[in-house]
Design a protein around this ligand. Structure first.
Ligand code: ATP
Ligand code: MG
Length: 281
């Protein structure tokens, strides 16, 4: 058994706002960091990159950085990047309010979509992390395309008030076009190999819509799992915690309904994890 293996790149993204990208980035990374892998005989380690100029992911980890942010990945003019430890086994490259401007600044650069890939190669020890996870802004600008080039998978949170495919239609088409644009004729493959995983988020309990969407899990291509709608996500968020940390802090609130919810969350993330790692971790 080796104690190192490949690092999995995961973009969390979709063109729709507020579907739960940042919430699931935070929670899935925490879930991964608590996962003991029998393949590598240790807990798994995650590096997060906050690529959204709203810097919500950084804020949820109580990081408010004005320098040494992700901006430096795209232009050295913004200063060097410093990786911040936010939890045991979770590090973060803080987000930058300049990320929107950066999308325009790099637009004419021929290697713009390689900037993240190259930065990782030059600055991140491949043995240090098992997952590199990118939280993105709801658009398809240069930074998310660069994240996709560095990723094996994209996790697309969709909401149940959408038709399950409709909620992801635009991003799926954009990815397809990006793969064509980045086709390497010399090697006969695309530089972008990212595989989509759809996650139904904010699933309400026992409504007509939720029943319809649940029935599609496993049926609709790439729709693998669901995360229930729970107000505890918002409550925990205000306290800069994941829902697990929240229940650890307030064990009296961990009633049977909360336990059932945590089980459903665990099932969802285990399914996503298995789809990404395919038994390699
Ligand atoms: N499963 C859920 N149940 C209840 N509330 C949720 C759930 N997932 C996310 N939320 C809440 O929905 C809001 C939006 O979530 P989040 O910020 O993760 O979305 P986002 O896709 O990152 O948004 P943006 O497009 O602005 O980046 C937050 O207040 C969050 O707490
Ligand atoms: Mg977000």
């Amino acid at each position: 058994m080796s104690n190192s293996t490949e690092t999995f790149g995961l973009t969390v993204g979709t063109d729709k706002g507020g579907t739960g990208k940042t919430t699931n980035t935070m929670h899935f990374s925490y879930w991964v960091s608590r996962h003991y892998s029998n393949v590598v005989n240790r807990n798994l380690r995650v590096l997060l990159l906050d690529l959204d100029y709203q810097t919500n992911l950084s804020q949820r980890f109580n990081v408010y950085a004005t320098e040494h942010t992700a901006a430096g990945i795209f232009n050295p003019h913004y200063g060097d990047v410093k990786i911040v430890k936010v939890r045991e086994h979770i590090d973060l490259v803080p987000g930058s309010v300049f990320m929107s401007a950066i999308n325009k600044e790099i637009d004419s650069e021929p290697n713009k979509l390689w900037l993240i890939y190259n930065w990782i190669k030059e600055n991140v020890n491949p043995d240090a992390y098992d997952f590199i996870i990118y939280d993105t802004h709801p658009d398809f600008e240069n930074t998310i395309q660069a994240a996709l080039l560095a990723s094996d998978n994209i996790l697309i949170p969709i909401e149940q008030d959408e038709d399950s495919q409709g909620g992801a239609d635009t991003i799926l088409i954009n990815i397809k076009n990006l793969k064509q644009k980045m086709y390497n004729h010399k090697y006969g493959v695309s530089e972008v190999t990212v595989k989509p995983i759809l996650l139904a988020n904010k699933m309400h309990h026992n409504t007509k819509l939720s029943r319809e969407l649940k029935a599609k899990i496993g049926e609709v291509e790439n729709l693998l799992a669901y995360v229930p709608f729970r107000t505890v996500f918002d409550t925990a968020q205000k306290m800069k915690m994941t829902v697990w940390e929240y229940y650890e802090a307030y064990p009296k609130l961990l009633d049977s309904s909360a336990k059932k919810f945590l089980q459903e969350l665990d099932t969802a993330y285990q399914t996503v994890f298995d789809a990404i790692t395919d038994g390699q971790l």
